[in-house]
Design a protein around this ligand. Structure first.
Ligand code: MG
Length: 202
């Protein structure tokens, strides 16, 4: 399986990092080895600025290529939330030099994924709300209706370039409020009002 991620998909997050607005979706990848396999995120020693980015995550139901936007929703099997852990110091350094983001988003444990919710439990794909609390304080809050590029467009767009396969995950971008985590922090992610993700930074 592969993990396809979207960057710069919420207006206020683009502004908080002083990024340019994208003309096309910003796409990057995480390897399967980046999946966080426990409730403990081990803070890597190579970075002094690991950021949390809470995002809606979509699991792909079946293989598809050149998928029509009108049919794209039928390629989703489940929806959840995830944290795109980012070594912001490494990313910023590479961005300044005009280089790719390197390992800033693909290191081990950098993709935390919640339990996933079956698509038939989702009432409206354009109104999925989610939030992140750090040490019980609300830090990020988003809704799929604030995504610049909605999931049907993204599935169609991505599948023009690469074949989507069953079990692939799409991280769809983070709303504003990204910030640093430190050892001892506790992160809780909510879909609607239900806590479905809980991670300790250790
Ligand atoms: Mg992200």
């Amino acid at each position: 399986m592969k993990i396809i991620c979207v960057g710069r998909n919420y207006v206020e997050h683009i502004m908080e990092l002083n990024n340019e607005f994208p003309i096309d979706p910003v796409i990057f990848f995480k390897p399967e080895s980046s999946l966080l396999k426990s409730k403990n995120f081990l803070h890597p020693s190579f970075s002094s600025e690991i950021h949390h980015e809470i995002e809606l995550v979509y699991e792909i139901l079946k293989k598809g290529k050149d998928i029509d936007k009108k049919d794209a929703i039928n390629y989703i099997s489940k929806v959840g939330i995830g944290i795109d852990f980012t070594a912001r110091d490494i990313q910023s350094h590479n961005k300044k030099k005009g280089l790719p983001w390197g390992f800033s988003k693909s290191f081990d444990g950098s993709a935390a994924v919640s339990k996933l919710i079956s698509r038939n439990k989702i009432k409206d794909f354009n109104a999925i709300t989610f939030l992140l609390k750090k040490n019980n304080i609300l830090v990020q809050k988003g809704s799929s209706n604030l995504m610049i590029y909605k999931i049907d467009f993204l599935i169609s767009y991505i599948s023009n370039f690469i074949t989507l396969e069953k079990g692939d995950l799409i991280f769809s971008g983070t709303p504003k409020g990204v910030g640093k985590v430190k050892i001892g922090d506790k992160l809780d992610g909510y879909h609607e009002n239900e806590k479905i993700l809980s991670i300790n930074i250790s």
